[in-house]
Design a protein around this ligand. Structure first.
Ligand SMILES: NC(=O)c1ccc[n+]([C@@H]2O[C@H](COP(=O)([O-])OP(=O)(O)OC[C@H]3O[C@@H](n4cnc5c(N)ncnc54)[C@H](OP(=O)(O)O)[C@@H]3O)[C@@H](O)[C@H]2O)c1
Length: 245
């Protein structure tokens, strides 16, 4: 698929990997729509990139998702790439700290349900264009769960299964489904964590390259190494993940 001349919605596009993806697509002459919660950050982006379209939404809130879809249909009927990137990662230990029900459900809502709803509600728009793409931003923890991040791991496993099923259902259509599985990346999400991190720009570059090459799953850097290890020795992959910083 071409990486130019598209109209692209990037959720969580105001920081980190989403922002880098938005900038990389923008540099290749695509129309960019970015959504996230923080209005000040969106206003700053709008100032920096006046031709971007920004839309404030809390994607854990179904009403916000539905309003975002209406905005896309009304203002950007030609949308042909959806990047489900917004995500959060919260450590939790069910034995030692009881998370609030809202926090537990909110993480699942953002990481999985928002992507599910957007893919489903925007599908009619995507089916309208000659070539369209859904990119779901997953995580290696979706395949090799880490006990410190139970909800996150479960949400990314669900997202990965959704990607496989959607891809199969849409096989005969113009809509492709791709999974991006970044390695540990230098963003706000894991600012506290040590260890080697990939830059968000390199993750975005890998995504665009993968799109050009019609790849189904893109695993930049150490993400592909962990994947290979998990196929040969799932136990070793688990130990590596549990021991990572
Ligand atoms: N960083 C890594 O090492 C890594 C590795 C593997 C996978 N990933 C995945 O990559 C994606 C991007 O992560 P990142 O590292 O770039 O994180 P990040 O810098 O924390 O960015 C997260 C983005 O999601 C938005 N967001 C958070 N909660 C939201 C909500 N309720 N509604 C709408 N938007 C919301 C944030 O903006 P607001 O706060 O303004 O809403 C922000 O734009 C995530 O899906 C993550 O799981 C990251």
């Amino acid at each position: 698929m071409q990486t130019t001349g598209n109209t692209i919605l990037i959720t969580g596009g105001s920081t980190g990997i989403g922002r880098a993806i938005a900038r990389a697509f923008h540099a290749q002459n695509n129309r960019i729509i970015v959504t996230s919660r923080n209005q000040a950050r969106l206003a700053q982006l709008q100032q920096e990139f006046p031709d971007w379209s920004t839309y404030p939404a809390d994607l854990t809130c179904t009403a916000d998702v539905i309003e975002l879809v209406a905005f896309i249909e009304e203002q950007h009927g030609s949308l042909n790439i959806l990047v489900n990137n917004a995500g959060q990662q919260t450590a939790c230990n069910f034995l030692h700290q009881v998370p609030s029900p809202a926090a537990l459900v909110g993480e699942m809502r953002l990481n999985f349900e928002a992507a599910l709803l957007l893919a489903s509600l925007l599908l009619p728009v995507l089916l309208h264009s000659p070539a369209a793409l859904i990119v779901n931003v997953g995580s290696a923890l979706g395949a090799v769960p880490r006990s410190a991040y139970p909800v996150y791991s479960a949400s990314k496993a669900a997202l990965s299964a959704l990607s496989v099923c959607l891809r199969r259902q849409l096989r005969e259509t113009n809509v492709s489904v791709m999974e991006l599985v970044p390695p540990l990346t230098d963003t706000l999400m894991n600012a506290e964590r040590s260890g080697p991190k990939m830059s968000p720009e390199s993750v975005a570059e890998a995504l665009l390259c993968g799109i050009q090459n019609n790849r189904r799953t893109i695993r930049p850097g150490s993400s592909s190494i962990l994947h290979a290890i998990s196929r040969v020795s799932p136990g070793l992959a688990s130990r590596l993940v549990e021991a990572s910083p």
